[in-house]
Design a binder for this molecule. Structure first.
Ligand code: TYD
Length: 401
């Protein structure tokens, strides 16, 4: 470990503002007999003193971090499917209007976006080391070499898109080098990831885990784009995954930034989003939520209530481990993902059971780990509340509904 942690982009010092201490890999669901050799690392966050990019202090060794390539997102959410279909339609109307447009997605995200583009007759390609999904895939990480290979076979890309992936790529230089190779002169790089502003506003500290290396702001993304010869041309707030921003990046001089960029920059300044005092206050709120949530769970258990969790999300790894929530407090978590069934949540060792177990019988209280899908899940599980069940939420504060 270096004596001082440095910004992954500009190499200036990182100013640490919160330490979650020892945490496991958020996607490393363990077999019941495999808990002896779990990997733990120090999960802590800091801000670059120069470019203000908020990021993890420590990196997970690459062979452990991306053993299956880009984190493969299958949120099991109809809202997300609709989101990607709508994004595809928007690209088709705005960016993919030339005679023979070409769209590339970094990380496959179930292939919904590319599939929708394909149905409209648009050439498309996923760049994804694991090759998962149903669409055409170039099996590689996105960098200058893979971009050159794609350019040779398919020509320049009008849109390079990426959702929930760029924030998890520790070294962004190769990504921008690849964009420089592959993007058409008027092409755009569009990516969307959790927004630091939203995380702070909601105290959604569970967005901080091993796979989320960067917590972007408009200020930091603008600096990042300019550093690599690009311009931040547009920003748009998105409601998905608890609040994200979609950034549109173009080659320098090719697009005039929309007023939305200056507006959000001004809002960030006003909120003091990248002031250490704001980030330290966020840290104190995190501690407050832990105290309240743990007290509530202990009280409910002491009163004889049954509690289950809902959604074995990656982000719940931080909540469970930081708050010390294990099977003694929450005996199981229900989830729709077959690969997680029969396994234990990383570090906290809560058994994962199929979604059907939830109603058989309903617990008295359900701790909603998948709070980013709250609306969809509460609608689907209406019968739970009708039967007298109550949801426990901890975003933006601990409450029972
Ligand atoms: P996701 O939203 O990708 O969050 P993270 O990146 O933190 O893992 O994961 C959602 C998880 O919740 C996934 O394991 C599937 C599960 N889930 C359900 O069990 N039921 C549902 O109705 C939904 C929408 C998700």
């Amino acid at each position: 470990m270096p004596a001082m942690s440095r910004c992954r982009v500009c190499q200036h010092a990182l100013l640490e503002f919160f330490d979650f201490e020892r945490q496991p890999l958020s996607s490393a669901f363990v077999a019941p007999d495999g808990t002896d050799d779990e990997f733990f690392f120090r999960l802590a966050v800091g801000m670059c003193e120069s470019c203000a990019l908020v990021q993890l202090i420590e990196s997970v060794p690459p062979e452990l971090a991306h053993h299956e390539g880009y984190p493969y997102h299958s949120a099991g959410s109809s809202v997300m499917t609709k989101h990607f279909e709508e994004t595809a339609r928007r690209f088709i109307e705005t960016e993919l209007t030339g005679p023979d447009p070409f769209v590339v997605e970094i990380g496959a995200n179930d292939g919904v976006l590319l599939h929708t583009c394909g149905e409209a007759g648009i050439r498309h390609l996923a760049v994804e080391p694991s090759g998962a999904g149903t669409v055409r895939v170039h099996r590689a990480f996105f960098d200058a070499a893979s971009a050159a290979a794609i350019l040779a076979t398919d020509g320049p890309a009008d849109v390079v898109y990426s959702a929930n992936t760029i924030c998890s790529v520790p070294d962004l230089r190769p990504v921008f080098e690849g964009l420089d190779v592959l993007l058409a002169s008027d092409g755009v790089f569009v990516f969307e990831d959790p927004y630091l502003g939203e995380i702070l506003e909601r105290t959604a500290f569970d967005q901080i885990y091993d796979e989320h290396v960067f917590f972007f702001t408009v200020r930091a993304v603008q600096a990042l784009a300019e550093r690599f010869g690009f311009v931040l041309a547009d920003v748009e707030r998105l409601p998905v995954h608890g609040g994200q921003i979609r950034y549109t990046v173009a080659r320098a001089g090719r697009r005039t930034p929309t007023p939305a960029v200056a507006e959000l920059l001004a809002e960030e300044r006003e909120l003091g989003l990248t002031d250490m005092a704001t980030l330290e206050a966020f840290g104190r709120k995190i501690q407050g939520i832990r105290t309240e949530l743990v007290a509530l769970l202990h009280r409910l258990r002491a009163e004889g209530h049954t509690i289950a969790a809902y959604g074995a999300t990656a982000k719940s790894s931080t909540i469970a481990n930081y708050c010390g929530i294990g099977p003694d407090l929450v005996p199981y978590v229900c989830d729709t993902t077959p690969a997680k069934h029969g396994r234990l949540t990383p570090g906290s060792h809560i058994p994962v059971r199929p979604a059907a177990v939830f109603a058989d019988p309903y617990p008295d209280y359900a701790l909603l780990f998948a709070w980013n899908h709250a609306e969809e899940i509460m609608a689907k599980e209406r019968a739970f509340r009708e039967a007298g069940g109550r949801w426990i939420l901890y975003v933006p504060h601990v409450h029972v509904v």
